[in-house]
Ligand binder design. Sequence first.
Ligand code: GDP
Length: 453
Amino acid sequence: MFATLSDRLTSTFKNLRTKGRLSEADIDATVREIRRALLDADVAVPVVRSFTGAVRERALSAEVSQALNPAQQVVKIVNDELVAILGGQNRPLAMAKRPPTVILLAGLQGAGKTTLAGKLALHLKNQGHTPLLVAADLQRPNAVTQLQVVGERAGVPVYAPHPGNQGADDYLPAGADPVAVARQGLETARTRQHDVLIVDTAGRLGVDAELMQQASDIRDAVEPDEVLFVIDAMIGQDAVATAQAFADGVGFTGVVLSKLDGDARGGAALSVASVTGRPILFASTGEKLTDFEVFHPDRMASRILDMGDVLTLIEQAEKAFDAEQAEKMAGKLVSGEDFTLEDFLVQMQQLRKMGPLKNMFGMLPGMGQMREALDNFDEREVDRIEAIIRSMTPAERQNPKIINGSRRARIARGSGTTPTDINQLVERFDGAQKVMRQMAKGGGMSGMPGMGN
Ligand code: GDP
């Protein structure tokens, strides 16, 4: 799902992460790469333009220059803007005050409407609804039979008074009236007390007036609460024009992205919400009835950016960190001097305010592959380090070199550890200090473990 786009964007950010401060040129280069990645993924040109414009403007603002980690702040901005083009928040289905709620499915032939009808019916049934499917696609060969099959699989009844087209070519059999079928379907739902009606309509291989007329007539006959436009995420640049044609011809209230399991560029589908101003409600991700999900713009954006739950992490950091303290620390990190065990203790305590370190690591991107190491992570190790530093005098924390044999024995006793533990900590800290000094000289964070590559 959007794998290529995802790879391109993540490698763009990788380059950025090696930089401590971002110049205007860095930001321009990044924005250029983002633009190329989006265009190559078939995201519509106007959407790309407004997207990159917004990212650039925000990336050049104080929001980034004053951030603790400018590169990460840029990622957050890209994420925010992605969420915005994907429609902001998830919108649930609009349910009628007086059932049945009527949902009309529209879209090109092969878009995945019939499959989606079954998936949606199952989803609603699992939520305790009593949906009825209506076979109003009488035109595509065997569409009615196909709906009956998915209905049976989902355990949802199908209203299909007409067998539809059972030939090999696409045509409306004589006497077949999809509008009448839809209308009768609604009456049936009322009398049999189904609380949701899902109407499958005919599509064509391309947009044409007759198709739009038929869909509009069905719409007028059943007055749907939702018209869902189903769009195949793999159709590329045509997606936007098709969406626009359906928006003008039939009108729709929401979008369903289908075939998101394929990786064909898919970016066009990402433009649909933005271009038509209609939210994406669901995503279809395979041929099985359960390959279906409620569409959350924020989660989709995180997935595209391979970010894990970095947003939650940043928010927690923003909450936990004292800004003044943080600035002082950042200053020390940049100068590479004076970063003492005392500072280390303060930082560690701030970090731990965000919750167990293990949970925090778990929210980092790419941590999926490090599950085992995480499981073995022992929070008590951190407790021990804290205890050791706490058992030191201020002078020792300032300058660990003065720790001789007797001081070491005292600290070990005070912290319930051994003199060897004290030695190890002091050595490790000394090593870290060296790295920080080098970093300060080099002007970047790249030398530091855990700061990206
Ligand atoms: P309709 O003409 O709009 O009713 O489209 P169909 O529901 O018949 O779907 C067209 C084809 O796409 C069928 O072969 C489906 O099995 C397939 N299809 C539908 N949705 C998905 C999906 O999310 N992923 C994949 N891989 N195939 C799908």
